[in-house]
Design a protein around this ligand. Structure first.
Ligand code: NAD
Ligand code: ZN
Length: 359
């Protein structure tokens, strides 16, 4: 399966298949890179690096730099050591960085590539479901002690190569994290995909290759479409934020690492569906949706110690907020998102309802 992503700055291919690595050496040879730097994390390196290396063309030298797994990869100090390693390896402007891992490695390695000698090429080889989201769109970033993703750049890859067999080693909570973003993509743009998911996927472990490829492919197409219209996040791209206004607050109130991003976003998605019903009269079987996602292992409880007041203050900090009034991505119908300011009392009412009714 191949998709082409078209952005104002460039176009590039995405390959998605169980043996996607077959495409890697073709892309490398076509681009005539002088040498390669693989940036991976400890977990992915341990599980899959041999496999990746054996797919590289013998004619091009490569080196490997391994960073800590998870969000720790996106520390400033790790970024600096990647640059030091790249300089010592003698990477030049025709070298290429291969981002081999989930979204964290993708964001880090992409930002290293965006800034090394003012920008060199990189290829994404994503290994998580969540990375179907992060590998498209060209956003790269590291974290600052004062905020997540605060230091970054827009930098598009030469190609995204999804070897879906890698996903088979993902732990449950990471599968749920990525699948939540796929559900989000279906809700904002594709009611057929949503129906397919709700009817066919009852156990995330039992997704077959065809279903997984379809979920990743449609998710990436939807994201790519939105990004191609709004590469630098001036307007439409905000719809990708469905579920994230409350999701981010829950993620930070529990403490990063206590829940995955996507699991927190799923609570935010359910919240946004209820708000959509209140404000826009969304007609959608929300209860059936809730039962479905609970069956997949998602927990929909708002954390006990998160009061509405604190949640509201957190939502006001969201970057969609204007003049302290939080704006939400809501659904008119499935596939038709709108960005809308929502009154505090409506938010409180839905918050209280979810608090009581889901527990
Ligand atoms: P991640 O890269 O931290 O991966 C999650 C965990 O799974 C890590 O511990 C990793 O080592 C492990 N892992 C990865 N692949 C594995 C595999 N095949 N088998 C077993 N374990 C594996 O996180 P993620 O969930 O992929 O992505 C989250 C990151 O993506 C966040 O930093 C977020 O800010 C970023 N993000 C970026 C964008 C963007 O547009 N750039 C969009 C969404 C998210
Ligand atoms: Zn997200």
């Amino acid at each position: 399966m191949e998709i082409t992503v078209q952005t104002a700055s460039k176009s590039y291919p995405i390959y998605i298949k169980p043996n996607g690595l077959d495409e890697l050496s073709k892309v490398i040879q076509k681009n005539n890179f002088t040498n390669l730097l693989i940036i991976t994390d400890e977990t992915v390196g341990r599980l899959h690096l041999d496999n990746l290396r054996s797919a590289l063309p013998e004619t091009v030298d490569h080196s490997v730099y391994t960073v800590p797994s998870g969000e720790k990869a996106k520390q400033m100090s790790v970024y600096e050591s990647c640059q030091t390693f790249a300089l010592k390896q003698g990477l030049d402007r025709r070298s290429c960085i291969i981002a081999f891992g989930g979204g964290a490695v993708g964001d880090l390695a992409g930002f290293v590539a965006a800034t090394y000698m003012r920008g060199i090429s990189f290829i994404q080889v994503p290994t998580t479901i969540l990375a179907h989201d992060s590998a498209v769109g060209g956003k790269t970033a590291i974290n600052h002690p004062l905020g997540k993703n605060m230091i970054g750049a827009f930098h598009q890859p030469e190609a995204v190569i999804y070897h879906t067999d890698f996903i088979k080693t993902l732990p449950d909570h990471e599968i749920r994290s990525g699948f939540a973003e796929a559900v989000k993509h279906a809700l904002i743009a594709d009611s057929d995909l949503l129906n397919m998911l709700m009817n066919e996927i009852k156990d995330l472990h039992e997704m077959n290759d065809e279903q997984l490829t379809h979920v990743l492919q449609r998710g990436m197409e939807i994201k790519a479409n939105i990004v191609s219209i709004d590469e630098k996040e001036n307007g439409l791209r905000a719809v990708l934020n469905l579920g994230h206004t409350l999701g981010h607050v829950i993620e930070s109130s529990l403490g990063y690492g206590k829940t995955t991003h996507g699991e927190a976003v799923m609570i935010g998605i359910v919240f946004a569906l209820h708000v959509s019903k209140e404000v826009l009269g969304l007609s959608f079987p929300i209860e059936r949706f809730e039962e479905w996602v609970k069956g997949l292992g998602y927990k929909l409880e708002i954390p006990q110690d998160l009061s509405f007041e604190d949640a509201y203050t957190g939502m006001q900090r969201d970057k969609k907020t204007i003049a302290k009034r939080p704006r939400f991505v809501l659904l008119e119908t499935i596939g038709e998102p709108v960005l809308k300011e929502v009154e505090e009392n409506v938010l409180e009412q839905v918050f209280d309802m979810m608090n009581n009714y889901i527990k």
